[in-house]
Design a protein around this ligand. Structure first.
Ligand SMILES: NC(=O)c1ccc[n+]([C@@H]2O[C@H](COP(=O)([O-])OP(=O)(O)OC[C@H]3O[C@@H](n4cnc5c(N)ncnc54)[C@H](O)[C@@H]3O)[C@@H](O)[C@H]2O)c1
Length: 346
């Protein structure tokens, strides 16, 4: 079966992630409609990816009504995710929505409810989980060789949305449209990754966020302390002033630690300590380099969603999971405003 797709929002993520990985999934996925309020973008994407005969439109409501579409990709600015996803669900289309799932707890609840009511799949594209480096780390962590994990930290940073969006940061720096700055844009990637790698849930956060460099009304950097429900501690940083791009995690357990760093020569290292009676756990037993599989985060996420639709299988990063990560980010904004620790409202 070939899954028939309508893409709503034909900007950068459609050009760089969705379309390349749909057209290369031959026989499994077929792009039927491209929609953007700027139909020039939709037409450009159709010609760039040689999608002859694809439907071009400006109105997402006409796309979700189409009988020849099984699923939609919601690739619009963040504030529109709820409206488009709920409309898609009502029209019985499966949904792959870009991160962050949306920008409020009530909007996320509406999306989850709409998907359930209409028996359609809702997946949130938290692509860091799919990066082969992070998949390798997760596989190692799941062996439980590290013992109980008691401390985690992560950092994600790039040069800012203006470098992604071709010189104009656009809606990314308008809080009403985006939900915030670096924290909700990239912080949600690293926070979601830490939640998934550790298997822990964040109970409360204390945030330190600021616009330190850019002429934007939203924060360009954030540093967030976390307390997990199991008593472990954590910390993550999100930045729009980091050059070059980086994504890093560290997880510390009773028997050793694991470090990931995208783009480095050895992107996953698990360092095991000499533990046990009479041993000195400060000394290294061995460094382990978990095997990293092929592919890319963006590609694997798109292909995984298509496979879930074919099998009617609930994605492991579903609406509830996406909403949990967003709730932590919203609590961090509240903490920054109030200047105190804030409990995450799930
Ligand atoms: N997973 C990732 O790694 C990743 C990376 C970048 C962006 N994103 C997410 O992807 C989404 C889109 O980001 P982008 O970088 O492509 O932004 P973009 O500004 O490049 O593209 C958004 C597109 O949506 C269109 N649009 C706006 N309103 C619309 C409407 N009512 N109907 C149809 N189209 C509409 C715009 O005209 C624009 O072409 C965001 O949620 C963003 O957070 C995810």
């Amino acid at each position: 079966m070939s899954v028939r797709i309508g893409i709503i929002g034909c900007g950068k993520i459609t050009e760089r992630a969705s379309l390349p990985n749909l057209v290369n999934y031959k026989g499994k996925a077929e792009v039927k409609a491209l929609c953007d309020i700027d139909d020039g973008r939709a037409k450009l994407m159709a010609s760039q990816f040689r999608l002859n005969g694809v439907d071009i439109s400006k109105d997402w409501k006409s796309v979700v009504k189409r009988k020849d579409i099984d699923a939609i990709f919601v690739n619009t600015p963040n504030y529109l995710h709820e409206e488009v996803a709920c409309g898609g669900a009502a029209a019985k289309k499966h949904i792959l929505v870009e991160k962050p799932i949306t920008i409020s707890n009530s909007a996320a609840a509406n999306m989850i409810k709409a998907a359930k009511k209409n028996s359609v799949l809702l997946m949130v594209e938290q692509t860091q989980r799919f990066d082969p480096v992070h998949q390798a780390a997760k596989k190692f962590i799941d062996t439980e060789k590290l013992g109980k994990i008691n401390m985690v930290k992560g950092r994600i940073g790039h040069a800012g949305p203006e470098y992604w969006a071709g010189g104009n940061e656009g809606w990314f720096s308008d809080k009403k449209l985006s939900g915030g700055g670096a924290l909700i844009d990239v912080g949600i990637h690293i926070l979601d990754l830490l939640r998934w790698l550790s298997g822990k849930e964040v109970a409360e956060v204390c945030a330190n966020i600021k616009t330190v460099e850019k002429p934007f009304p939203v924060e360009d950097n954030g540093s967030i302390l976390m307390r997990f429900t199991d008593g472990a501690l954590g910390h993550f940083e999100a930045s729009w002033t980091t050059r070059p791009y980086e994504v890093m995690t560290w997880l510390y357990g009773e028997n050793g630690k694991i470090h990931t760093s995208i783009g480095s020569e050895k992107p996953v290292i698990a360092s095991m300590a000499t533990v046990g009676k009479g041993k000195d756990p400060n000394s290294l037993l061995e460094d382990v380099y978990p095997e990293i599989g092929p592919g890319s985060g963006w590609g694997s996420a798109v292909h995984y969603f298509i496979d879930c639709v074919v099998k009617r299988e609930k994605p492991f990063i579903d609406g509830e999971e996406g909403a949990k990560s967003m709730s932590v980010i919203l609590a961090a904004y509240e903490s920054s405003e109030k200047g105190c620790w804030v409990k995450v409202k799930y």
